[in-house]
Write a protein that binds this ligand. Structure first.
Ligand SMILES: [Zn+2]
Length: 428
Protein backbone atom coordinates (compact mmCIF):
# COMPACT_ATOMS: atom_id res chain seq x y z
CA UNK A 1 0.00 0.00 0.00
CA UNK A 2 1.16 3.52 -0.76
CA UNK A 3 2.34 5.59 2.19
CA UNK A 4 2.38 9.34 2.36
CA UNK A 5 4.95 10.87 4.71
CA UNK A 6 4.30 14.47 5.72
CA UNK A 7 6.81 16.98 7.08
CA UNK A 8 9.37 19.47 5.86
CA UNK A 9 11.12 17.95 2.87
CA UNK A 10 14.60 18.55 1.52
CA UNK A 11 15.77 17.37 -1.87
CA UNK A 12 18.60 18.38 -4.15
CA UNK A 13 18.01 19.70 -7.66
CA UNK A 14 21.73 20.28 -8.25
CA UNK A 15 25.03 19.82 -6.44
CA UNK A 16 25.33 22.66 -3.87
CA UNK A 17 29.13 22.56 -4.27
CA UNK A 18 28.68 23.68 -7.87
CA UNK A 19 25.38 25.57 -8.04
CA UNK A 20 24.08 28.45 -5.87
CA UNK A 21 22.44 26.98 -2.76
CA UNK A 22 19.02 28.43 -3.64
CA UNK A 23 19.13 26.63 -7.01
CA UNK A 24 20.49 23.39 -5.60
CA UNK A 25 18.03 22.71 -2.77
CA UNK A 26 14.29 22.27 -2.87
CA UNK A 27 12.77 22.79 0.58
CA UNK A 28 9.03 22.38 1.13
CA UNK A 29 7.84 23.83 4.42
CA UNK A 30 4.82 21.53 4.31
CA UNK A 31 5.96 18.74 2.03
CA UNK A 32 5.14 15.13 1.36
CA UNK A 33 6.78 11.99 0.02
CA UNK A 34 4.78 9.15 -1.51
CA UNK A 35 6.41 5.75 -1.11
CA UNK A 36 5.13 2.57 -2.72
CA UNK A 37 6.65 -0.89 -3.24
CA UNK A 38 9.97 0.30 -1.87
CA UNK A 39 10.33 3.31 -4.18
CA UNK A 40 9.72 7.03 -3.95
CA UNK A 41 6.76 7.71 -6.26
CA UNK A 42 6.17 11.41 -5.68
CA UNK A 43 7.66 14.35 -3.79
CA UNK A 44 5.83 17.64 -3.45
CA UNK A 45 3.47 19.82 -1.51
CA UNK A 46 1.49 18.04 1.23
CA UNK A 47 -1.94 19.35 0.21
CA UNK A 48 -1.35 18.51 -3.47
CA UNK A 49 -0.19 14.97 -2.79
CA UNK A 50 -2.97 14.29 -0.27
CA UNK A 51 -5.54 15.34 -2.85
CA UNK A 52 -3.94 13.21 -5.56
CA UNK A 53 -3.51 10.11 -3.37
CA UNK A 54 -6.53 9.96 -1.06
CA UNK A 55 -6.09 6.22 -0.39
CA UNK A 56 -2.47 6.40 0.78
CA UNK A 57 -1.71 5.69 4.43
CA UNK A 58 -0.65 9.02 5.96
CA UNK A 59 2.13 9.40 8.53
CA UNK A 60 2.49 12.97 9.70
CA UNK A 61 5.97 13.84 10.95
CA UNK A 62 4.93 17.39 11.79
CA UNK A 63 7.79 19.92 11.55
CA UNK A 64 10.49 17.28 11.26
CA UNK A 65 12.72 17.19 8.21
CA UNK A 66 12.31 14.34 5.74
CA UNK A 67 15.30 13.63 3.49
CA UNK A 68 17.24 10.77 1.97
CA UNK A 69 18.84 8.35 4.45
CA UNK A 70 22.49 8.96 5.33
CA UNK A 71 25.18 7.02 3.47
CA UNK A 72 28.46 6.17 5.16
CA UNK A 73 31.10 5.83 2.44
CA UNK A 74 33.79 4.15 4.57
CA UNK A 75 33.56 2.19 7.84
CA UNK A 76 34.96 -0.90 9.55
CA UNK A 77 32.02 -2.77 11.06
CA UNK A 78 34.48 -5.08 12.79
CA UNK A 79 35.80 -2.15 14.84
CA UNK A 80 32.43 -1.33 16.43
CA UNK A 81 33.51 -2.66 19.83
CA UNK A 82 36.78 -0.67 19.93
CA UNK A 83 35.36 2.77 19.09
CA UNK A 84 36.84 5.48 21.34
CA UNK A 85 40.13 3.71 22.12
CA UNK A 86 42.60 6.12 23.63
CA UNK A 87 45.91 7.62 22.76
CA UNK A 88 47.36 6.18 19.53
CA UNK A 89 48.28 7.17 16.03
CA UNK A 90 47.42 5.11 12.97
CA UNK A 91 50.01 2.36 12.98
CA UNK A 92 50.15 1.71 16.75
CA UNK A 93 46.35 2.13 16.85
CA UNK A 94 46.09 -0.75 14.36
CA UNK A 95 48.55 -2.90 16.31
CA UNK A 96 47.21 -2.12 19.78
CA UNK A 97 43.46 -2.09 19.27
CA UNK A 98 42.38 -3.07 15.77
CA UNK A 99 44.28 -6.23 14.99
CA UNK A 100 43.58 -7.98 18.33
CA UNK A 101 39.86 -7.17 17.91
CA UNK A 102 39.75 -8.30 14.28
CA UNK A 103 41.20 -11.74 15.19
CA UNK A 104 37.96 -12.42 17.07
CA UNK A 105 36.01 -12.49 13.80
CA UNK A 106 37.19 -16.02 13.03
CA UNK A 107 34.34 -16.87 15.42
CA UNK A 108 31.15 -16.66 13.41
CA UNK A 109 28.98 -16.15 16.47
CA UNK A 110 31.00 -13.15 17.53
CA UNK A 111 30.87 -11.74 14.00
CA UNK A 112 27.06 -12.16 13.97
CA UNK A 113 26.75 -10.34 17.25
CA UNK A 114 28.88 -7.36 16.15
CA UNK A 115 27.22 -7.16 12.73
CA UNK A 116 23.85 -6.89 14.43
CA UNK A 117 25.04 -4.21 16.85
CA UNK A 118 26.70 -2.31 14.01
CA UNK A 119 23.57 -2.22 11.86
CA UNK A 120 21.36 -1.31 14.80
CA UNK A 121 23.66 1.63 15.62
CA UNK A 122 23.70 2.71 11.97
CA UNK A 123 19.92 2.70 11.76
CA UNK A 124 19.46 4.55 15.04
CA UNK A 125 21.65 7.25 13.49
CA UNK A 126 19.75 7.37 10.21
CA UNK A 127 22.46 5.58 8.21
CA UNK A 128 20.65 3.40 5.69
CA UNK A 129 23.66 2.43 3.56
CA UNK A 130 27.32 1.90 4.38
CA UNK A 131 30.39 0.65 2.59
CA UNK A 132 32.24 -1.45 5.14
CA UNK A 133 35.49 -3.31 5.59
CA UNK A 134 34.98 -6.72 7.14
CA UNK A 135 38.02 -8.70 8.42
CA UNK A 136 40.19 -11.23 6.59
CA UNK A 137 37.79 -13.99 7.68
CA UNK A 138 35.11 -15.01 5.15
CA UNK A 139 32.85 -15.62 8.18
CA UNK A 140 32.94 -11.90 8.92
CA UNK A 141 31.59 -11.14 5.44
CA UNK A 142 28.82 -13.73 5.70
CA UNK A 143 27.79 -12.33 9.09
CA UNK A 144 27.69 -8.77 7.73
CA UNK A 145 25.72 -9.51 4.57
CA UNK A 146 23.28 -11.91 6.26
CA UNK A 147 22.45 -9.29 8.89
CA UNK A 148 22.04 -6.59 6.22
CA UNK A 149 19.92 -8.85 4.04
CA UNK A 150 17.61 -9.62 6.96
CA UNK A 151 17.00 -5.88 7.40
CA UNK A 152 16.47 -5.26 3.67
CA UNK A 153 19.36 -2.79 3.59
CA UNK A 154 21.42 -1.62 0.64
CA UNK A 155 24.90 -2.36 1.96
CA UNK A 156 28.34 -2.73 0.45
CA UNK A 157 31.39 -4.45 1.85
CA UNK A 158 34.10 -7.01 1.48
CA UNK A 159 36.78 -9.21 2.99
CA UNK A 160 39.96 -7.40 3.96
CA UNK A 161 43.08 -8.73 2.25
CA UNK A 162 46.41 -8.58 4.13
CA UNK A 163 49.40 -10.83 3.52
CA UNK A 164 52.11 -8.97 5.42
CA UNK A 165 52.73 -6.58 8.33
CA UNK A 166 49.85 -8.03 10.33
CA UNK A 167 49.69 -10.76 13.01
CA UNK A 168 49.90 -14.39 11.75
CA UNK A 169 46.22 -15.07 12.41
CA UNK A 170 45.22 -11.99 10.39
CA UNK A 171 47.18 -12.77 7.25
CA UNK A 172 45.88 -14.45 4.14
CA UNK A 173 48.08 -15.12 1.11
CA UNK A 174 47.93 -13.62 -2.34
CA UNK A 175 46.25 -16.82 -3.54
CA UNK A 176 43.85 -17.38 -0.63
CA UNK A 177 42.93 -13.69 -0.51
CA UNK A 178 42.08 -13.84 -4.19
CA UNK A 179 40.20 -17.15 -3.91
CA UNK A 180 38.22 -16.23 -0.80
CA UNK A 181 37.31 -12.80 -2.18
CA UNK A 182 36.16 -14.29 -5.46
CA UNK A 183 34.02 -16.92 -3.70
CA UNK A 184 32.42 -14.26 -1.47
CA UNK A 185 31.89 -11.97 -4.44
CA UNK A 186 30.07 -14.75 -6.31
CA UNK A 187 28.03 -15.52 -3.24
CA UNK A 188 26.93 -11.98 -2.35
CA UNK A 189 27.41 -9.48 -5.17
CA UNK A 190 24.08 -8.13 -6.44
CA UNK A 191 22.11 -10.45 -4.16
CA UNK A 192 19.07 -8.41 -3.06
CA UNK A 193 20.48 -4.95 -2.24
CA UNK A 194 24.00 -6.13 -1.41
CA UNK A 195 27.20 -5.33 -3.27
CA UNK A 196 30.59 -6.93 -2.83
CA UNK A 197 33.59 -4.61 -2.58
CA UNK A 198 37.14 -5.81 -3.28
CA UNK A 199 39.04 -4.73 -0.16
CA UNK A 200 42.84 -4.65 0.13
CA UNK A 201 43.31 -2.90 3.52
CA UNK A 202 46.10 -0.58 2.34
CA UNK A 203 49.42 -0.80 0.55
CA UNK A 204 51.59 -1.57 3.64
CA UNK A 205 49.70 -4.77 4.50
CA UNK A 206 49.81 -6.32 1.03
CA UNK A 207 52.80 -7.67 -0.89
CA UNK A 208 53.24 -6.76 -4.52
CA UNK A 209 52.00 -10.26 -5.37
CA UNK A 210 48.79 -9.67 -3.45
CA UNK A 211 48.20 -6.24 -4.99
CA UNK A 212 48.73 -7.77 -8.40
CA UNK A 213 46.21 -10.53 -7.67
CA UNK A 214 43.80 -7.90 -6.37
CA UNK A 215 44.12 -5.89 -9.57
CA UNK A 216 43.49 -9.06 -11.57
CA UNK A 217 40.37 -9.84 -9.53
CA UNK A 218 38.98 -6.34 -10.06
CA UNK A 219 39.66 -6.59 -13.80
CA UNK A 220 37.61 -9.81 -13.83
CA UNK A 221 34.71 -8.15 -11.95
CA UNK A 222 34.82 -4.51 -13.01
CA UNK A 223 31.28 -3.76 -11.84
CA UNK A 224 32.39 -4.27 -8.21
CA UNK A 225 33.81 -1.41 -6.22
CA UNK A 226 37.35 -1.54 -4.83
CA UNK A 227 38.08 0.20 -1.53
CA UNK A 228 41.32 0.95 0.27
CA UNK A 229 43.11 3.62 2.32
CA UNK A 230 45.36 6.36 0.94
CA UNK A 231 47.59 9.04 2.50
CA UNK A 232 46.17 9.17 6.00
CA UNK A 233 49.26 9.98 8.10
CA UNK A 234 52.85 11.09 7.51
CA UNK A 235 54.37 7.94 9.11
CA UNK A 236 52.21 5.75 6.88
CA UNK A 237 53.24 7.61 3.75
CA UNK A 238 56.94 7.26 4.65
CA UNK A 239 56.38 3.53 5.26
CA UNK A 240 54.80 3.13 1.82
CA UNK A 241 57.82 4.85 0.27
CA UNK A 242 60.12 2.36 2.03
CA UNK A 243 58.04 -0.63 0.99
CA UNK A 244 57.58 0.44 -2.64
CA UNK A 245 60.80 2.32 -3.52
CA UNK A 246 60.13 2.08 -7.26
CA UNK A 247 56.85 4.03 -7.03
CA UNK A 248 56.96 7.81 -7.09
CA UNK A 249 54.23 8.30 -4.49
CA UNK A 250 51.50 6.49 -2.53
CA UNK A 251 48.82 6.66 -5.22
CA UNK A 252 51.30 5.35 -7.80
CA UNK A 253 51.34 2.01 -5.93
CA UNK A 254 47.63 1.59 -6.53
CA UNK A 255 47.90 2.87 -10.10
CA UNK A 256 50.67 0.37 -10.82
CA UNK A 257 48.49 -2.57 -9.78
CA UNK A 258 45.32 -1.40 -11.56
CA UNK A 259 43.64 -0.26 -8.34
CA UNK A 260 42.42 3.17 -9.43
CA UNK A 261 39.50 4.05 -11.67
CA UNK A 262 35.73 4.50 -11.48
CA UNK A 263 34.56 2.53 -8.45
CA UNK A 264 37.83 2.86 -6.52
CA UNK A 265 36.94 4.39 -3.15
CA UNK A 266 40.04 5.88 -1.57
CA UNK A 267 39.64 6.58 2.15
CA UNK A 268 41.22 9.67 3.75
CA UNK A 269 43.48 11.01 0.96
CA UNK A 270 44.67 13.88 3.15
CA UNK A 271 48.22 14.46 1.96
CA UNK A 272 47.89 14.17 -1.81
CA UNK A 273 50.50 15.87 -3.98
CA UNK A 274 49.37 17.90 -6.98
CA UNK A 275 50.25 14.91 -9.15
CA UNK A 276 48.11 12.61 -7.00
CA UNK A 277 45.13 14.98 -7.05
CA UNK A 278 45.33 15.14 -10.83
CA UNK A 279 45.73 11.37 -11.12
CA UNK A 280 42.74 10.72 -8.82
CA UNK A 281 40.67 13.02 -10.99
CA UNK A 282 41.92 11.59 -14.30
CA UNK A 283 41.28 8.02 -13.15
CA UNK A 284 37.66 8.67 -12.13
CA UNK A 285 38.29 7.33 -8.61
CA UNK A 286 36.21 8.45 -5.60
CA UNK A 287 37.33 9.80 -2.23
CA UNK A 288 35.90 9.15 1.24
CA UNK A 289 36.23 11.98 3.76
CA UNK A 290 36.48 10.64 7.33
CA UNK A 291 36.56 13.79 9.49
CA UNK A 292 35.98 12.42 13.01
CA UNK A 293 38.63 9.77 12.40
CA UNK A 294 41.08 12.30 11.02
CA UNK A 295 40.62 14.47 14.11
CA UNK A 296 40.52 11.58 16.60
CA UNK A 297 43.65 9.77 15.36
CA UNK A 298 45.32 13.11 14.69
CA UNK A 299 45.69 12.53 10.96
CA UNK A 300 45.05 15.92 9.40
CA UNK A 301 42.73 18.16 7.41
CA UNK A 302 41.20 16.74 4.23
CA UNK A 303 40.69 19.33 1.51
CA UNK A 304 36.98 18.88 0.72
CA UNK A 305 36.86 22.17 -1.20
CA UNK A 306 39.58 21.08 -3.60
CA UNK A 307 37.97 17.66 -4.12
CA UNK A 308 34.70 19.31 -5.11
CA UNK A 309 36.31 22.03 -7.20
CA UNK A 310 37.94 19.22 -9.17
CA UNK A 311 34.58 17.40 -9.46
CA UNK A 312 35.97 14.28 -7.78
CA UNK A 313 33.10 12.16 -6.36
CA UNK A 314 33.49 12.52 -2.60
CA UNK A 315 31.52 10.81 0.12
CA UNK A 316 31.28 11.43 3.84
CA UNK A 317 32.30 8.63 6.17
CA UNK A 318 32.37 7.67 9.84
CA UNK A 319 35.42 5.39 9.52
CA UNK A 320 34.15 3.45 12.54
CA UNK A 321 36.08 2.64 14.77
CA UNK A 322 38.95 5.06 13.99
CA UNK A 323 36.08 7.50 13.66
CA UNK A 324 34.62 8.56 16.98
CA UNK A 325 30.90 8.63 16.21
CA UNK A 326 28.16 6.63 14.51
CA UNK A 327 26.25 9.86 14.03
CA UNK A 328 26.36 11.36 10.54
CA UNK A 329 25.29 14.62 12.18
CA UNK A 330 28.44 14.54 14.34
CA UNK A 331 30.40 13.55 11.24
CA UNK A 332 29.06 16.56 9.32
CA UNK A 333 29.91 18.78 12.30
CA UNK A 334 33.46 17.45 12.22
CA UNK A 335 33.69 18.06 8.47
CA UNK A 336 32.54 21.62 9.11
CA UNK A 337 35.22 22.09 11.78
CA UNK A 338 37.93 20.68 9.54
CA UNK A 339 36.76 23.03 6.80
CA UNK A 340 36.99 25.94 9.24
CA UNK A 341 40.55 24.96 10.21
CA UNK A 342 41.39 25.14 6.49
CA UNK A 343 39.62 28.50 6.09
CA UNK A 344 36.62 27.01 4.25
CA UNK A 345 33.17 27.47 5.78
CA UNK A 346 31.17 24.59 4.32
CA UNK A 347 27.48 25.37 3.87
CA UNK A 348 24.99 23.05 5.63
CA UNK A 349 23.62 22.10 2.20
CA UNK A 350 27.12 21.01 1.15
CA UNK A 351 27.48 18.92 4.32
CA UNK A 352 24.08 17.27 3.79
CA UNK A 353 24.98 16.61 0.16
CA UNK A 354 28.21 14.83 1.14
CA UNK A 355 26.30 12.68 3.65
CA UNK A 356 23.72 11.56 1.06
CA UNK A 357 24.05 12.09 -2.70
CA UNK A 358 27.80 12.72 -2.49
CA UNK A 359 28.40 9.38 -0.79
CA UNK A 360 25.98 7.67 -3.18
CA UNK A 361 27.87 9.07 -6.17
CA UNK A 362 31.22 8.04 -4.67
CA UNK A 363 29.86 4.48 -4.31
CA UNK A 364 28.36 4.49 -7.83
CA UNK A 365 24.81 4.08 -6.52
CA UNK A 366 23.84 7.71 -7.08
CA UNK A 367 20.97 6.71 -9.37
CA UNK A 368 19.43 4.44 -6.70
CA UNK A 369 19.74 6.27 -3.37
CA UNK A 370 20.93 9.57 -1.90
CA UNK A 371 18.16 11.99 -2.82
CA UNK A 372 14.45 12.45 -2.27
CA UNK A 373 13.38 12.22 -5.90
CA UNK A 374 10.95 10.07 -7.86
CA UNK A 375 12.29 6.65 -8.77
CA UNK A 376 14.85 6.38 -5.97
CA UNK A 377 14.67 3.61 -3.40
CA UNK A 378 12.68 4.47 -0.28
CA UNK A 379 15.58 4.90 2.16
CA UNK A 380 14.57 7.93 4.18
CA UNK A 381 15.50 9.63 7.43
CA UNK A 382 13.20 11.90 9.44
CA UNK A 383 15.05 14.42 11.58
CA UNK A 384 13.66 16.28 14.58
CA UNK A 385 15.12 19.79 14.27
CA UNK A 386 14.57 20.61 17.95
CA UNK A 387 15.73 17.39 19.60
CA UNK A 388 17.46 18.85 22.67
CA UNK A 389 16.98 21.98 24.80
CA UNK A 390 20.10 23.67 23.43
CA UNK A 391 19.06 23.09 19.83
CA UNK A 392 15.48 24.10 20.53
CA UNK A 393 16.45 27.46 22.04
CA UNK A 394 18.82 28.19 19.13
CA UNK A 395 16.18 27.30 16.53
CA UNK A 396 13.74 29.68 18.24
CA UNK A 397 16.08 32.49 17.10
CA UNK A 398 16.52 31.19 13.54
CA UNK A 399 15.82 33.64 10.73
CA UNK A 400 15.82 31.21 7.84
CA UNK A 401 15.69 27.49 7.04
CA UNK A 402 19.47 26.99 7.20
CA UNK A 403 19.57 28.52 10.66
CA UNK A 404 17.00 25.92 11.65
CA UNK A 405 19.03 23.04 10.19
CA UNK A 406 22.59 24.00 11.14
CA UNK A 407 22.17 23.69 14.95
CA UNK A 408 21.08 20.06 14.48
CA UNK A 409 24.12 19.40 12.27
CA UNK A 410 26.45 20.90 14.90
CA UNK A 411 24.73 19.74 18.10
CA UNK A 412 22.53 16.80 17.10
CA UNK A 413 23.05 13.07 17.47
CA UNK A 414 20.88 9.93 17.47
CA UNK A 415 18.28 11.73 19.60
CA UNK A 416 17.46 13.83 16.51
CA UNK A 417 16.64 10.77 14.41
CA UNK A 418 12.87 10.54 14.70
CA UNK A 419 12.21 7.82 12.13
CA UNK A 420 13.99 5.78 9.50
CA UNK A 421 12.50 4.05 6.45
CA UNK A 422 14.35 1.28 4.66
CA UNK A 423 13.09 0.31 1.23
CA UNK A 424 9.89 2.16 2.06
CA UNK A 425 9.27 0.39 5.35
CA UNK A 426 9.54 2.02 8.77
CA UNK A 427 12.31 0.57 10.94
CA UNK A 428 11.65 -0.55 14.51
ZN1 LIG B 1 39.31 3.06 7.43
Amino acid sequence: MAQLLLGQTLSFTANPWHAPIADAVNHERRGAVLVENGYIRAVGNADDLRAKHPDAKVTDHGDSLIMAGFIDAHAHYSQTAIIASWGKRLIDWLNTYTFPEETRFADREYADQVAKTYLDLNLSNGITTACAYCTIHPESVDAYFEAAQKRGLRMLGGKVMMDRNAPDELRDTAQSGYDDSKALLRKWHNVDRLSYVITPRFAPTSTETQLEATGALWAEFPDCLMQTHLSEQAEEIAWVQDLFPDQQDYLAVYEHFGLTGPGAVLGHSIYLSDREWDAVKASGSSLAHCPTSNAFIGSGLFNAKRAHEMHIPTGLATDIGGGSSFSMLRTMASAYEIGQLRGDALHPAQLLWMATQGSADALLVGNKIGNLVVGREGDIVVINLASTPVIEQRVARAENFWEVVFPTIMLGDDRAIEAVYVNGQPVG
